[in-house]
Design a protein around this ligand. Structure first.
Ligand code: CAA
Ligand code: NAD
Length: 333
């Protein structure tokens, strides 16, 4: 019966494996976790979202929540008011592009943008079934402090789920001050969030199945696909991508090939959508350095990564990639 419901849907989408996968996930989870007719949310449904950090990732996460139209409230929090303004503009610009191409199903760009509360306080309109996603810079002490404060603020609410978008740190270490281990996990998005379909759900030993199910449902609700993995360095994607970027820098530093030729080679010879240097510029050279330093600090010889004085200098000089107009390439012209 389940198959017969799916067959016509899959036939309509037979050119799009991911749509089919999403529909499968949505159908299977809606049978166990959809909103009830009384309007009450089921145990596994996230109703409100609080994103901590309105940079590249936080703004993309809030945007994807907004265009889904699935949440009662979305709050995007940052300590930096100027950054909140930048985030609002970049979200509006990104939604405009996607709307013009018919890639988002929204009433209007304004209504989607206005469904996000841009705030310098962690005060969601409602805290029922609240998901908190932390997306601040990749610095362990900063993230730990944020979770300690958030737990203190929300400790009396048993429906809050705490998640970090860390790229490279141990999820367990970030959440040391979150005693409700069953409601704590990693939720790793990819850049640019509005275009990238994947989200990695990092299940720690004590993360409950119910929390994982809520996160799976959340990922499906925002039109993305989840994979699950353990709290292992780099999870799935970055375990492969970080050494790849590091090798590209070493290759260039040895003088084996230029930045441009390495990028061209990987695009045309390996079919990657971007070369490693273009990707580093998009990710942020600072974020790449934080990630690399976090891995080096682990002292794990199985993590194939090297430091680079050149990258350190780029960060010190503010050559952070696209976000500052200059990185491996110059975007200011
Ligand atoms: N919002 C809306 N539109 C956007 C956008 C955004 N955020 N970013 C790009 N676009 C638009 C572009 O402006 C372009 O529009 P036009 O066609 O109107 O000009 C369109 O999307 C397509 O862009 P491109 O022409 O560059 O085409 P593309 O097919 O190459 O797609 C891409 C872009 C999806 C980014 C693709 O290049 C890609 O997949 N790159 C690799 C990304 C990747 O590997 N991400 C993972 C990084 S690692 C990570 O995130 C984890 C970590 O922890 C560090
Ligand atoms: P970013 O530098 O673009 O944004 C970070 C934001 O956090 C800034 O707006 C900053 O003002 C804000 N912030 C700093 N301290 C804060 C605090 N105490 N409270 C609230 N906000 C604070 O960084 P990003 O690229 O968005 O990365 C954020 C996280 O996501 C990092 O852990 C990173 O490793 C991870 N990540 C990044 C990428 C990527 O491609 N850039 C991809 C996946 C995951």
């Amino acid at each position: 019966m389940f198959k017969s419901i799916l067959r016509p849907i899959i036939r309509q989408n037979n050119n799009n494996y991911y749509s089919s996968l999403l529909i499968l996930r949505q159908l299977s989870s809606s049978s166990s976790s959809s909103s009830s007719s009384s309007g009450q949310s089921s145990p596994n449904r996230i109703d409100n979202v609080l994103v901590i950090g309105s940079g590249l990732m936080g703004s993309g996460i809030a945007q994807s929540c907004a265009t889904s139209g699935k949440f009662q409230s979305i709050t995007l929090y940052d300590v930096n008011d100027k950054q909140l303004g930048i985030a609002k503009k970049s979200i509006a610009k990104s939604i405009e592009k996607l709307y013009a191409k018919g890639k988002v199903d929204i009433e209007s760009v304004d209504s989607a943008v206005n469904s996000i509360t841009f705030s310098n306080r962690t005060d969601p309109k409602s805290t029922d079934n609240l998901l908190i996603v932390e997306a601040v810079p990749e610095l362990l002490d900063v993230k730990q402090k944020i979770f300690a404060n958030l737990y203190d603020q929300f400790k009396d609410n048993p429906t809050v789920i705490y998640a970090t978008n860390t790229s490279s740190l141990a999820v367990k270490d970030i959440g040391l001050s979150v005693p409700v281990k069953d409601r704590y996990a990693g939720l790793h998005f990819f850049n640019p969030v509005p275009l990238m379909k994947l989200v990695e759900i990092v299940k720690l030993v004590d993360t409950s199945d119910q929390t994982v199910e809520s996160l799976r449902q959340f990922v499906a609700d925002i039109g993305k696909v989840s994979v699950q993995c353990r709290d292992t360095p780099g999870f799935i994607v970055n375990r492969l991508l970080i050494p790849y970027s590091s090798e590209a820098v070493k290759m260039m530093e040895r003088g084996d090939a230029s930045v441009e030729d390495i990028d061209t080679a990987m695009k045309l010879g390996a079919g990657y959508p971007m070369g490693p240097f273009e990707l580093m510029d998009m990710t942020g050279i600072d974020t790449g350095k934080f990630v690399r330093d976090a891995w080096l600090a682990r002292n794990d010889p199985s993590l194939n990564i090297a430091s680079s004085e050149l990258v350190d200098k780029m960060v010190a000089d503010g050559r952070l990639g696209r976000k500052t107009g200059k990185g491996w390439y110059d975007y200011s012209k």
